[in-house]
Design a protein around this ligand. Structure first.
Ligand code: ADP
Ligand code: ZN
Length: 515
């Protein structure tokens, strides 16, 4: 069969596209020659087509394993609308639709069968009697406890290769860190698989991180700068999505909340209103976005820092799928780090997760090109700064922060290493609040020693000191700050400290007119 020629014809006929996206054709050809495949492609890269098309041109039925029922339904509906025989199995189906499904399987007319990993077990026998063209494992990172989204049911896929000898297994994921990748190959027992790793660079997305202070005000001015554009604001909790959406509506921004606590009807209404441009702004938990096919999302704001880089990348990747300019804005505050830490404390995967959280924090605090930092995480190199992120646009300026650092270390010492970042900042600023007075901190020698530095900036400088290893945070003990050996050198041995100015461009402008 002249595969190459036919593939393009099929692409046009069934999907209406003229050309393959990078990697698609290569992946499809490998599957069609019976090879196992691991394809790592960013969200929106076009993974589905890589198994849908080979399923169409092969004899028999392709099994597609997917973790989300909603996602399966959407894909099946879209396929059927294009005249492709696809179905999705679930145990609650009516007997009629199940027997229809079995008939299609028996006759070999059913081209794609979507199924959740939980349901696979009791169908393996049944499948064994029919012609299975290939097995596609979508969101394959769910099999790895290294991944950010481990699903125990995925471990049932470990013996697929054994149960379906000779049937190509194609694994797809948008999670690319090397450890997860290796783990997928190992767990699925497809160690010889052809691996395709697409570039993770989404050049059209401008990357920006801002300090998480006065977030609402910042969001309002961001919205003024992006009139009429569609965007998503991600929050950590259900409650905060609702509160923020309500606050935005009060200011005449057409915003809707979205989270897993809403009824399925409410959720699909919000989703449809968003996709069809009836609601421009959705304030959501990370439950929102999986499987949403909207190409003109112009911006994504993270109200809080996500817990790992994979999640961050996936979420910002929902913007600019049409290739036109998009903007990813992340609000970062130290308090978010502490809260995220609480979420993962004492969970079985605490160690892995806190390492990932640390990488996320490093991204948020990096003083280098964000894109270099981000791509580095995915094992990709960028030779020079991208010119399309906040750091490239206004590189940090350093100053000699030795005296300030001495004041901070001295305050930490006088607070007997018992207080967390917030209180240390308050004391240095000479804050007059009950918490300070209750403990008599106004009598300390360092009280008010840095009152000339704005609160937010001082906090940023202290965070830089933490990152430089001068101070240490005890997360398990309410985040109290400790002095390290480096701090003792700063205090007693004349060690100098370089700090980066922390103003954002807009803050710099404001400074012109003194408050
Ligand atoms: P992923 O699963 O990798 O996140 P999808 O498979 O959902 O991505 O594809 C993302 C979008 O790209 C979809 O709208 C899909 O129809 C579109 N797409 C896929 N392949 C092509 C192609 N060759 N040409 C144009 N659009 C494509
Ligand atoms: Zn850059």
């Amino acid at each position: 069969m002249a595969i190459t020629h036919d593939l393009k014809t099929y692409l046009k006929k069934y999907f209406g596209y003229d050309d393959f996206r990078p990697g698609q054709e290569d992946i499809i050809k490998h599957i069609l020659t019976g090879k196992d495949v691991l394809a790592v492609m960013p969200t929106g890269g076009g993974k589905s087509l890589c198994f849908q098309l080979p399923a169409l041109v092969s004899e028999g039925t392709a099994i597609v394993i997917s973790p989300l029922i909603a996602l399966m339904k959407d894909q099946v509906d879209a396929l059927c609308a294009n005249g492709i025989a696809a179905a999705c199995y679930n145990s609650n189906q009516t007997p009629e639709s199940q027997s229809e499904l079995w008939a299609g399987l028996r006759a070999g007319t059913l081209k794609l069968l979507y199924i959740a990993p939980e349901s696979l077990q009791h169908l393996v026998q049944e499948f064994g009697q029919h012609k299975i063209s290939m097995i596609a494992v979508d969101e394959a990172h769910c099999i790895s406890s290294w991944g950010h989204d481990f699903r125990p049911a995925y471990t049932r896929l470990q013996d697929l290769k054994e149960r379906f000898p000779g049937v190509p297994v194609a694994a797809f994921t948008a999670t690319a860190d090397a450890a997860t990748r290796e783990d997928i190959l190992f767990q699925l027992n497809i160690r010889e698989a052809h691996t395709h790793i697409a570039s993770f660079d989404r050049e059209n997305i401008f990357l920006e991180v801002r300090p998480g202070t006065s977030r609402f005000t910042q969001i309002m001015s961001f919205l003024h700068e992006h009139p009429g554009e569609s965007g998503i604001i991600y929050c950590l909790s259900r409650r905060s999505t609702e509160q923020l959406a309500a606050k935005l509506r009060d200011r005449e921004v057409d915003a809707a909340a979205y989270h897993a606590g809403m009824t399925p009807e409410e959720r699909s209404r919000v989703q449809e209103d968003f996709v069809n441009d009836r609601i421009p702004v959705v304030v959501a938990t990370i439950a929102f976005g999986m499987g949403i096919d909207k190409s003109n999302v112009r911006w994504v704001i993270h109200y809080n820092m996500p817990r790992n880089v994979e999640g961050y990348y996936q979420e910002i990747g929902r913007s600019g799928r049409d290739g036109l300019p998009a903007h990813a804005l992340l609000f970062y505050s130290y308090a978010d780090v502490i809260q995220q830490r609480r979420f993962i404390e004492n969970t079985p995967t605490e160690e892995v997760q806190s390492a990932k959280l640390e990488r996320m924090q490093q991204f948020a605090e990096t003083l280098h090109c964000r894109r270099i930092t981000l791509l580095h995480y995915f094992g990709e190199k960028l030779e020079k700064g991208c010119g399309h992120c906040d750091v490239c646009k206004s590189p940090p300026r350093y100053f000699d922060g030795t005296v300030l650092a001495q004041k901070v270390c001295s305050a930490v010492a006088r607070l007997k290493e018992q207080e967390a970042l917030g209180m240390v900042t308050d004391v240095l600023r000479g804050a007059q609040n009950a918490a300070v007075f209750d403990k008599g901190y106004q009598h300390l020698k360092t009280y008010g020693a840095a009152r000339d530095v704005a609160w937010r900036q001082l906090q940023q400088y202290i965070i830089q000191m933490i990152n430089q290893g001068i101070l240490e945070v005890r997360f398990q003990e309410h985040g109290r700050l400790l002095l390290t050996d480096a701090a003792r050198e700063v205090l007693f041995n004349g060690r100098t400290v370089k700090l980066a100015h922390t103003e954002t461009p807009s803050a710099k402008k404001k400074k012109v007119s003194p408050a």
